[in-house]
Ligand binder design. Structure first.
Ligand code: MG
Length: 235
């Protein structure tokens, strides 16, 4: 190897290292309970402008006391914002439904890209099948632990979603989900390979969807609360 070639390689290496060590972009994390500075607020307690029903009509939930109140019959609601890779924060409270049990007690869900359900359920002293417990990736993976708070208390989901990738009809990456419920890890980089739509649809950006469980058999009247919903696009 000639000296000139060696020198060229050395310069290239230093340039590469310098590029890797560039200062990370600053993100103001905000005050406790507030979204970070680069988040897209989907619900900040004021209105439902960021949400619609599936047919594009206004979301059927109400806003009261800084919370979104979604009653049975309001319908699933969809964020206008569409995303692929994202960090997602949602706070929720299930109602007290002592007369109900299993999947009929405080059932809702946070659907990533409108496709993959992170289960919302009152799972506090409420046994059900493992893939239906709060924090389950419904039908894909049970949560690692049940980190529920009792009903009517605010709870938090923090989710890191890596969306599937397609090359035409071919899936090049199945996507993964990591999720914390109330700060406790419940899904650890779980692959979506066992579930999901085929390509190319799976590679398209999709909305966040909050489930109205009322379409299911024997579903009782349920009043879900949500607040402080935001996402950060990671692409
Ligand atoms: Mg559900």
């Amino acid at each position: 190897m000639g000296r000139l070639t060696q020198a060229t390689i050395l310069i290239a290496c230093f340039a590469g290292a310098a590029a890797q060590e560039r200062e990370p972009r600053y993100v103001d994390p905000g005050k406790p309970g507030q979204p970070p500075s680069d988040a897209i607020a989907l619900f900040d307690g004021k209105d439902l402008a960021a949400w619609t029903r599936k047919d594009g009509s206004p979301a059927g939930c109400e806003v009261s006391g800084g919370a979104m109140i979604c009653k049975t019959g309001a319908g699933d609601i969809f964020s206008r914002e569409k995303f692929r890779d994202a960090q997602i924060h949602v706070e929720f409270a299930t109602p007290a439904m002592p007369d109900q049990k299993g999947q009929l007690r405080g059932n809702s869900g946070i659907y990533l890209q409108g496709r993959y359900e992170v289960q919302v359920l009152d799972s506090y002293n409420n046994p059900t099948y493992a893939m239906g417990v709060v924090g389950a990736l419904y039908g894909i993976a049970a949560p690692m632990v049940n980190a529920s708070r009792p009903p009517e208390q605010w709870q938090t989901f923090d989710i890191v979603f890596r969306a599937p990738r397609c090359s035409g009809e071919q899936m090049t990456h199945p996507g993964t989900v990591t999720a914390l419920l109330n700060g406790v890890l419940v899904q650890d980089h779980v692959s979506l390979r066992h579930r999901g739509k085929g390509c190319p649809e799976a590679g398209e950006p999709g909305p966040l969807m909050l489930q109205d469980h009322s379409g299911f058999p024997n579903a009782p009247f349920t009043v879900m609360k949500f607040r402080n919903i935001w996402l950060r696009k990671l692409e």
